[in-house]
Design a protein around this ligand. Structure first.
Ligand code: ZN
Length: 160
């Protein structure tokens, strides 16, 4: 079976940045399971995995525009403190999730003033070229329910 849209794929991976620092890894955990072709992984990595079979190993080097994007000054915004539910949580370095119609972003507080907090909505890995060391551990058909939800259930996936 080859990796293609709507297959459930399990991978072991190690993610490093340009300096060789490990940012994330499945080592010591169960493999990461995702539903291929549904935006579960960054686009550049899904493209590299397309067509691969169980047991394949690959090194994928993904440019920022196919990973977590290019850092944008427009994503650094001043937000009135009155918009926060609990201003005691608003400290430099604090991170929280912001949901818009399409996606969940991580916002990082970069400054706190009298009336406003400055938050950076750029992904923490924006501008990073990512190096993935990947091994395809398993490929299976998705269940009907997984296809409806657009994500994987059970081992390595969502639990709900
Ligand atoms: Zn679900």
């Amino acid at each position: 079976m080859n990796i293609e849209k709507d297959k459930v794929v399990s991978i072991d991976y190690t993610l490093t940045n340009d300096h060789g620092e490990v940012l994330d890894s499945s080592s010591g955990r169960e493999p990461l399971a995702y539903l291929h072709g549904n935006g579960g992984l960054i686009p550049g990595l899904e493209k590299e995995l397309d067509g691969k079979v169980k047991g394949d190993k690959l090194v994928a080097i993904i440019a920022p525009d196919q990973a977590y994007g290019i850092r944008s000054e427009e994503l650094i915004q001043d937000i009135p403190l009155e918009n926060f539910q609990d201003t005691s949580e608003v400290k430099v370095g604090a991170q929280f999730q912001v949901q818009n119609e399409h996606e969940v972003r991580i916002a990082t507080v970069t400054a706190v003033g009298e009336k406003n907090a400055t938050v950076d909505l750029n992904h923490p890995l924006a501008d990073e070229t990512l190096h993935f060391d990947v091994e395809v551990m398993d490929i299976r058909e998705a269940s009907k329910e997984e296809l409806e939800h657009g994500h994987v259930h059970g081992a390595g996936g969502h639990h709900h």
